[in-house]
Design a protein around this ligand. Sequence first.
Ligand code: GAR
Length: 207
Amino acid sequence: MLNIAVLVSGGGTNLQALLDAQARGGIHGGKIACVISSRPDAYALTRAQNAGVPTEIAVRRSFPDADAYEDALLGLFDRYRIDLIVLAGFMTIIGARIIRRYENKIINIHPSLIPSFCGAGFYGLHVHEAALARGVKVTGATVHFVNEVCDGGPIILQKPVLVEDGDTPETLQRRVMEQAEWELLPKAVSLFCEGRLSVDGSRVRIL
Ligand code: GAR
């Protein structure tokens, strides 16, 4: 059984999708061992506690520098014997040492079809604002492995979602979550835990 750490910063609806999948036996070969929040007031922490999952808080500004923060996160990963890190709306930068040590073992969910509307500054509602401003007719979500390039790691799963007339960033965000994110993230995590993801350069093969 692989131990999964889910890193969160906000409402935690993607965490909820993972907890629900786990409750119905949909995460094969893995279990959520802890939830780590970068914000003490994140509602995601309540979701974890309701599901009986241990929680930890790691706030970047409580540490003198990025190195010390990275040490703290690595310490938590060691303590819970973490095999897979899932970034589920985690809004703090993950350091290079973590990325190296967990190469192809960190999964992120991004609310667009990468390589559109991704990279520095594209997070949360901003992604949907940019998609609407550009006038795209189709957007979606991407689950990918994390490497040193922001939103640039190998893509695991993607799903398109239609933009509708009259969409606001909020309505589009909700549709992308409902129709894509909450389905893709548990699926990708389960595939990883079953050992069915094989990375070949920038391509991921599903075995
Ligand atoms: C989700 O839409 C996720 O894709 C996005 O933040 C939201 C978190 O919502 N992540 C990013 O933008 C990462 N670049 P949640 O806390 O309800 O899961």
